[in-house]
Design a protein. Structure first.
Length: 83
C-alpha cells in the first residue's frame, strides 16, 4: 500500500501479530505503524506515556533499543540496506 504524506510516497509495512512494537494481537504492544519512503527511511510515530519511563522523566532504555532495532529489520525486509 502506498500513501502520499507531505509530498513523499511512503509504503506501509505489514504489522506482525505479536511484535512488541507493532503487534496487532499483542495486548502490551505499542501498536506502531511503520512506513518506508523513497529515500530508504523507516518511519513511525511514537509518543511515550508515563508508563514507558525507566528513571522518572526518562524513556526506558529497552524501549529506545526496540525503537532502533525493529526499523532496521523492516528496512532489510523491505530491501533497503543502509549502515
Amino acid at each position: 500500500m502506498r500513501e502520499a504524506q507531505g509530498g513523499a510516497i511512503v509504503e506501509k509495512q505489514p504489522n506482525s501479530r505479536m511484535c512488541f512494537l507493532c503487534g496487532i494481537e499483542n495486548p502490551i504492544s505499542l501498536h506502531l505503524h511503520f512506513y518506508t519512503d523513497g529515500e530508504g527511511r523507516c518511519i513511525a510515530r511514537f509518543r511515550p506515556k508515563p508508563e514507558h519511563q525507566g528513571y522518572p522523566g526518562h524513556l526506558h532504555g529497552g524501549i529506545i533499543s526496540a525503537l532502533l532495532d525493529v526499523p532496521t529489520q523492516i528496512s532489510v525486509h523491505a530491501g533497503v540496506f543502509a549502515v
